[in-house]
Design a binder for this molecule. Structure first.
Ligand code: CAA
Length: 259
């Protein structure tokens, strides 16, 4: 039974991965491992159609546990096999829409955790950043890569080289977050949006794969991937449901089965 990461699923098929390690949800090796298990649950449980990643009402996550890291030798860190990186990869690969709901700090590994989601909804008092440089290290869970792909090279360099904290409004302006909301509305808004995606067709999984994998390829290869997945949508029940519904009732009326 996980101690710091809980997965609960509501009646609409929306799972919440809730991080809970007081006081700041610092990510120690146990949390890395529990996050990896949560990612597997969300990926494989057919009852889960969309996911919200939340650190609770006070703080999303202040990053890797600096005290735990400080006590580690190079050999111990190396032997841990990039544990946080692996957990973060597993989260990024959940083949369902995931929204990060950010209250308070999302720093270092916490910001990198949020970057694994498709969308980030932030409280207007949230602060995001990659302050690792101030510890004499660099981001180690995707902060030099996912962040750069999201906000561009210059903004990522500014964040990583400077290590400053960014207000939610600044994060919105640079495309790091997608919505800024009053703190007590962030989680609810993320769940509501996830419920919308949970009603979507199986094709949402294919769209996510096409975008996330395609962006790593040269254009021709990515377009071939797109063609393959586009064609594959014709193997789904939802494609038939969607098109029949359009022909009979007009646009936007289909009720999908996610098959
Ligand atoms: N790891 C371990 N403990 C942490 C922590 C972290 N990342 N962040 C905060 N804490 C602890 C503090 O040491 C403090 O503990 P005590 O009460 O035992 O002293 C407690 O949480 C509360 O913190 P503060 O007293 O500092 O509270 P604050 O409100 O003044 O500041 C904060 C909060 C802005 C989050 C500040 O604590 C801070 O800057 N934390 C570090 C953020 C950081 O550098 N994150 C990057 C970590 S490295 C990383 O993530 C590597 C990677 O890419 C994988």
């Amino acid at each position: 039974m996980a101690e710091h990461v809980a997965v609960t699923t509501d009646e609409h098929g929306v799972a919440t991965i809730r991080l809970d390690r007081a006081p700041v949800n610092a990510l120690n090796p146990q949390v890395w491992s529990e996050l990896g298990e949560a990612a597997i649950t969300c990926s494989t449980d057919d009852g889960i159609a969309a996911v919200v990643l939340w650190g609770g009402p006070k703080v999303f996550a202040a990053g890797a546990d600096i005290k735990a890291m400080n006590a580690m030798t190079f050999q111990e860190l190396f032997a841990s096999g990039g544990g946080l990186q692996e957990a973060v990869k597993a989260l990024a690969r959940i083949p369902k829409v995931m929204i990060a709901a950010i209250n308070g700090y999302a720093l270092g590994g916490g910001c990198e955790l949020a970057l694994t989601a498709d969308f980030r909804y932030a409280a207007d008092n949230a602060q995001l950043g990659q302050p690792e440089i101030k510890l004499g290290i660099i981001p180690g869970a995707g902060g030099t890569q996912r962040l750069t792909r999201l906000v561009g090279i210059s903004k990522a360099k500014q964040m990583v080289y400077g290590g400053e904290f960014y207000a939610a409004s600044d994060a919105l302006a640079m495309g790091l977050v997608d919505e800024v909301l009053p703190p007590d509305e962030v989680y609810g808004a993320a769940v509501e949006a996830a419920r919308g995606y949970a009603k979507g067709p199986f094709a949402l999984r294919m769209a996510k794969k096409a975008i996330d994998e395609g962006v790593e390829m040269d254009l021709d290869s990515a377009l071939r991937l797109e063609t393959t997945l586009f064609t594959a949508t014709f193997a789904t029940d939802d494609r038939r449901i969607g098109m029949d519904s359009f022909v009979e009732h007009g646009p936007g009326q289909a009720t999908f089965t996610r098959n």
